[in-house]
Design a protein around this ligand. Sequence first.
Ligand code: SAH
Length: 489
Amino acid sequence: MTVYLVGAGPGDPGLLTARALELIATGDVIVYDRLIPDSALDRARTDAELVYAGKEGGGQSMPQAEIERLLIEHGGAGRTVVRLKGGDPFVFGRGGEEAEALIQAGIPFEVIPGVTAGVAASAYAGIPVTHRDLASAVAFVTGHEDPAKPSDALDWRALAVFPGTLVVYMGVRRLGAIAQRLIASGRQRTEPAAVVERGTLPGQRVVTGTLATIAAVASEAGIRAPAIAVFGAVAGLREQLQWFERRPLVGVTVAVTRARAQASALAGRLRALGAAVVEAPAIRIVPLDGAVPDLSRYDLVCLTSPNGVRLLFERLASAGMDTRALAGARVAAIGPGTATALRTHGIRADVVPERFVAEGLVEALVDVPVKRALLARAGEARDVLPDALRARGAEVDVVALYETVAEPLGEAELEAVGRADYVTFTSSSTVRFFFERAGGALQASPRLVSIGPVTSDALRARGLEPDVEASRHDIEGLVQALVADAAAR
Ligand code: SAH
């Protein structure tokens, strides 16, 4: 019943606001533009109506009147409408006009500001739009108007003497005319200038020069929309302050083979460090059916993966039980990921080994008295832990919670992995199923990254030597090892 005019930020999905995500997840109708982050609609309701209102490859966009009519029609019919726009809805976004149309039609609306491109793309280029010593004001200017036309709404003479930074939106095609006009109106030819193309996105490009040279530099580099231009002393700070291009994995492509459901944390971490990520899940986790174990019979319960934790609690829940079922037992986790998964259920693991492999857990349990232990884990797993506990005289039961099966990889995914700089393996099952599918196709051109000794052995069993092995056997350890290897090359 309300129309929300929502800013989606400049492109990096991390710059969508919490409020924007909340509204996207609840909207009945989402009317969206072209320049919104790719993943912005991922969390929309599956039954939400998604209406595209942007330009198709330079073609005609939906006329503004038609957009306004749609908002009024859906809002008037009592639906929750999310009008999703790139950047901020009230900065060169025609949000003001849409709000006016809604008022006229008597439809309630709210505005959710977004991170505007002029600020965000500048920041990602290492350019602060204001600076205590260099710029006490900033002006957002549209470059859409033709500075040569007498009908031009902008007062270029006033802009030329504006005492601060000028940020020009939509001005790539007219960059030369704009710069000339500013110089002719008295702005310094030598003033630092920068153009940021696809700011905040993985393909961000930045060119720098002076007001006099920037148009030639940008056209030489083939800079295209969407891009913003920044004129002012602050543009000169980029040389020192650029950070986006200096992230450790910029220019590096990394393939992730773990299950799709688990890949996002690793992929997200790699992307945040600047890597391009190829998601090529080689395995899938399939929950197994089975009885709910009577946990009160054990003095030790061992969990060996976050999947195991999740599925153990799902099984307990299916029998109307909860965390209290574990109240009487010591709980051991094989590593920090498993311990974190336990914490989400309110359980602090009593034992977490220093080495995140079964052997490490055996060592960590040496001084822990055990009579009856339960191991909750994958159907197919090594017997190191149960064997060691039995050798100590404990009774050990194993409950198989899930099975790891092959996820069929397509030709295109395999080729993309082949072109990657690194391919990561986070378990021996990722190695096994990946190479069962890939065969010799990989020819070892990407560097092979292993999470630990067990996974490395699985590679060696296929005649492949891992190029990188994490010394901490969890996701963060794997990322650190990869970063160190990339830095050394
Ligand atoms: N409402 C939007 C602006 C829409 S006008 C906002 O607040 O950001 C479209 C213009 O925004 C583009 O022509 C370009 O100048 C700028 N723009 C949008 N996304 C951009 C990006 N990722 N990098 C650089 N400029 C961008």
